[in-house]
Every structure is written in structure tokens, then in C-alpha cells.
Write a protein of this length. Sequence first.
Length: 693
Amino acid sequence: MTAENVVDPPHSAWLPDAAFAAVGRRRVCVVGPPQDEVLATVRLEAARATAAHGGAVVAPDASPDLLLTLSPDATSVLTSSSKGPHGDHLGTLDAADVGGFRLERTGGRVTVSAASGTALLHGWFHVVRLGDAAFAAGPGDDVDEGHAPAATLRVLDHWDNVDVHPVMGQVERGYAGGSIFYDAGRVREDLSRVTAYARLLAAVGLDRVCLNNVNVHAREARLLTDDLPEVARLAAALRPYGVRTHLAVSFASPMTLGGLPTADPLDDDVRAWWRAAADRAWAAVPDFGGFVVKADSEGQPGPFAYGRDHADGANLLAEAVAPHGGVVHWRAFVYDHRQDWRDRSTDRARAAHDHFAPLDGRFAENVVVQVKHGPLDFQTREPVSPVLAAMPRTRLSLELQVTQEYTGQQRHVCYLGPWWSEILRFRPWGEGEGDDGPTVADLTASGGGFAAVSNVGDDRFWTGHPLAQANLYAFGRLAWDPALDAAGVLDEWVSLTFAGDDGSVDPRVRAGLHAVMDDSWRTYESYTAPLGVGFMVRPGHHYGPDVDGYEYTPWGTYHFADRDGIGVDRTRATGTGYTGQYPAPWRDVYESPETCPDELLLFFHHVPWTHVLRSGVTVAQHVYDTHFAGVERVRRTAATWESLAGLVPDDVDARVRERLAEQLRSATEWRDQLNTYVLRKSGVPDARGRTVY
Ligand code: GCV
């Protein structure tokens, strides 16, 4: 028996049987052609829920409480619900890929109709989420609603390696054990866990997964060629829940896999090689989604080697996948990782805009430029990337990081919903009265979509920290509807995950989880990265404090602290000019320390330690205050969690306690290192005389 056969059954996450109590007690009918694979899943789900809770699967003429029907003309709801003023003209990428459903309720009886099995499945999980409220039969409870995802493309990117990488392991930046797809150099035999994963994704409306790391090493590159039958097996495990497969590919593949002397995007043989590669991929996986590419970034090959630009590179692949209706997600994470730290004029934050904004309008119809939410790299706090406002003629996808590389690595509780919500609601052209410009969600949803780096592994709780499941849940829900309230999304997650036998949640558990999680991102920020400074982490693994760890390295991530002050001058007047990449009003708001939001001050300005923030305290004092307060908040979080003992399942309790103990230790370490650093550099003492070393 191999190790992979003896893992415990995975935790049910947000789909415990109890979460199906309301639908499972009722009479459910599913209507549609027997050959539809995802519809078969809806039938299976209905049978499973009703068997567990005493309801029944019934025929259409038996007055079902819930009728789920596949009807090709359920079209009234199939347009995007959040089209913004920018990007509408780009049109829907894949008109056939309709993801909406209609929900009608009359006298407490519910009908969900959709044009595809996947959309109907999403409708089923919507009703599950609503619970008894879905069947409300009081006066005024009749409804006829359309539900459609904001964006066609809602993708989870896995940074999973097939081989165990000597430095990055099986999953790069993975904090939840090994890969659910691969084990030590091969695709797993038993893929039941992959199907269970697809079920979780379908329940939050996600329908695409990229199976491998964007850093495509030699072994992983072969997924595109000799391993296609294995990719097909993975796709078959995801398909019952309507989840489509994408692959990350290496730009050098024509050379490394095809034996060609070049990978020049304008070379005819290279173009032919990619076309043949795409043909083979779709032959093996008929509903294949497309390619994800990291090029000219952190050592990955790209078009620069041939004097070509990223539009040339992306369009090469776009041409190859176009006949199959495929998509190329081309990442804008392009910068020089061999920078000279002595040179203060080079600014990594500028790089994506410098490379990509001039290319607006040159990308093929089926290219989606995938932009990290901030200009650097998934820090705890960064401004929104200016690229998102600079490419109106390009499909854009917003890239978020669910895996908590820089936000506590699933050892710290850090609910990221509020952070993502801020990003999605950010208006690059400001909030003028009466004529609000588009939000980031508007800009990305209507032509492109949302992508995020997944946080799951073969850990029993999927995500290492059981409460980190909420981040995966929140990504799916916000990608479907970016206007959702983050605390409301958390509440949904609590309702499902902690449902008791009757489907309801103990109010003490609900309140406790909100107390622990609602503000946990700001708590994390308070004891780690002050005022948008970023990257004070231990180089390499990125866990825990190391204030100067990156200061004299080639990575372009500096804070420039000295005895006088700290921060990066990114102004047009005296700095790197990065503020000029934003449209008004932000180019001016960020330009002046007087108007720059405190939480981003050190991202945009180099200021004295004694600079008085808009909050009224000095920079040095702010560091002391927030770091002392942050540790106290973690202490309170741990106490709140302890008060839930006996109210939450023992296994969850034990794991969360263990993680909270580490969080408290780590937060204390962050506090003491940061405070001591500031005191030693600045000589400015803590006004409240607390212990600084
Ligand atoms: C997959 C950061 C991470 C890398 C990651 C990279 C990326 O630099 O530390 O592990 O590589 O981002 O997004 O490509």
C-alpha cells in the first residue's frame, strides 16, 4: 500500500452533510438530458442530500419543492451582471460559456433553470447556500431572479510541481502539504480528492483550474506532450463538477520539447510547433481551457531573448489556441530580478506598466493579460497596480494570491476577503460625485476575469490552517460577484462549514468566528508591514521578520531605512516617477505625503522617523503602537478561540489552537524585531516607555 492510499478522508470544508439539511429535507426534481455529465452530478447531489436528510428525489409531476431544469433557452440571465463603462466593447470572450441561472420562487416552491449543466450545478449550490430561506413562502417572498457571474474567466492557478523541487518543494508557496494532483514525479493514481476539490470549487462558482506551476521546470513542461494522457485523467476528475483544465507552459517549449533551434515568436516553425501542441492538447482534453504563461520573469524564458515584445509572445500562443476557442493568460509580472541595490533610479514597481501599457491594443482577441493586484508582489498592503487602468483595449485578469505567501503562510489567521474587496472596489479614476469611474472589478470582469493562486494541498484540512479555507471560499464568491460584502461572505462560509445537524450554526460559534476573522488581515498588517513598506520578510521562504533581509539583494524590494528615515521615494518630483503611472486623482494624491493615505505612506515616500502621519503620530511611534497593539490582538484572538472549545469540532479546534500558538510566537517576534530596528536606527524612543530591545 502506498502512502497516498492511507491519507485520512479530507475535511468536508464548506460542504458538510449538515449544510444540505434544508434542501435534503425536501422533494427535489432534476430535469434534463441523461447524457449531460454535469447534470448527472446535479442528480447525484440531489440524491445524496435527500438520502441524508429524509427528503426525496421526485418526478416533475410530483410537485417538487425544488425543480432544477436544464433548458437551452434559459437565456434571460446570461449576461454579465457587472459590466463597467470600460471594457464592454471587448465583448464576452467565450459566448458559448454561459454561467448564469434563473431562480424563480412561487409559494415557497423553487425552480432553478440554466442553459448548461455547470450553470445548473452552480444554481444548486446557490440554493444549498440559502438553506431554508430559499423556500420562504410568506407574503412578498415570490421572486424571479437572474444570477450570472461577473466574469467568464474565474481561474485558480496551482503552483504545483510534478517533481518535488529541491527548493520550492511539491507546491511552490504551498502551506498545506503536498499536491492534490501529483506525488513525487507523477500524477496521482487516486484522483478522488481532485473530484472532491472540484466539488468545493463548483460550490463557490469556480470553473477553471490551471494544473501546474507558472515556473515551468523540465518535468512539468512535459505535461504538454508525453504526459497529456495524465492531464486527460486529471481533467476527467475535474469535469463532473464542471471545472475545466488549463496548463502553464514554458515559452521555450519549441526548443526544450520540440528540438527547434529557436523559440522566436515570429519564426514559422515555432508557430507551427505551438499549433500542433495546441491541437494535441485539445485532442486529449476536448474541453481544455488554454495556456498560462510566465515569460521573461524570474528566469523564465520569454520573447525578449529574440528582441520581441510580450504582445508578440502572447499572440503566438493565442494563434495556436484560437481554433479551439482557447484562452492565453499572459502574466504581466515582468521585472528585472537582477537589479543593483545601489541604483535608486530603478524601481521594480514601475516594471509591469513600463512593459505592458505601451502594448495596449496589440494583444490578440483571446489573450488575457493577467495582472497582479499590486505593482510588487502580493504584499500585505500595496497600492493597486496602475496597469489595470492603462490598458482599455486589452482583456485583463486580476491576479490575487489565496495562498498566504506574505500573509502568514496559513500559520497565522488572516482572512483576505476585506483586502480583496478593497482592491476590487478601488476606482482608478477616483470617486467623483455623481460620476464615479469604473472599479477594478469593472475593468477586469467585463472583458477578462479573475485568477488566484490556490492555497490547497493534500493536508486533511485542505489548507493547513482550517480557517484559511475561508480565503478560497471568498475568492470564488468575490469572483462571481465582486460587490459582495467580505464579512457577509465570511458569514456564508461559517453557516456552511460549521452547520450543526439541523443545518443551523450556534450563535456563539458565529460570533466567535467573526471576532477571530473579520479583522484578521488588519491585525496581521499591524504587527508586520507598517505603512505599506513591504518585504521585511526572511528571504527565500518569506516567513517571519527580517527587516534588512532584502535590503542589499538584487530583487528590487527595498525600504531604504537609515538613521534619518524610511520609505521609497516614488514621486515624480524627486523619486522614481512611479506616481505618474496613475491617472488623476491618484497620481496627485500619492505624490504628496500630505495627501497620501497613511497605510501607503512608506510605499510612496521616504520620510523622517519623526514625520507626523495624518493620524497625528510620528512614523516611529506608529510602528511601536501598532506592533504592541497587534500582539495584544492576537492574544485576544487566541482567547476568543479558546472560548469556543466544545462548540467546534475537536479536530478543527486542535489544529487552530496549534496555529494560534505559533501566530502569537511569531507576532511577538515581529513586534520585537521591528520595534528594536526602529529604535536602533532612529534613536527615537517609544513615547509610552514600553520594552524595546
Ligand atoms: C511562482 C513571487 C513568488 C514566486 C512566484 C512568483 C510569481 O516571486 O515568491 O514563488 O513564482 O511570485 O508570481 O511568478
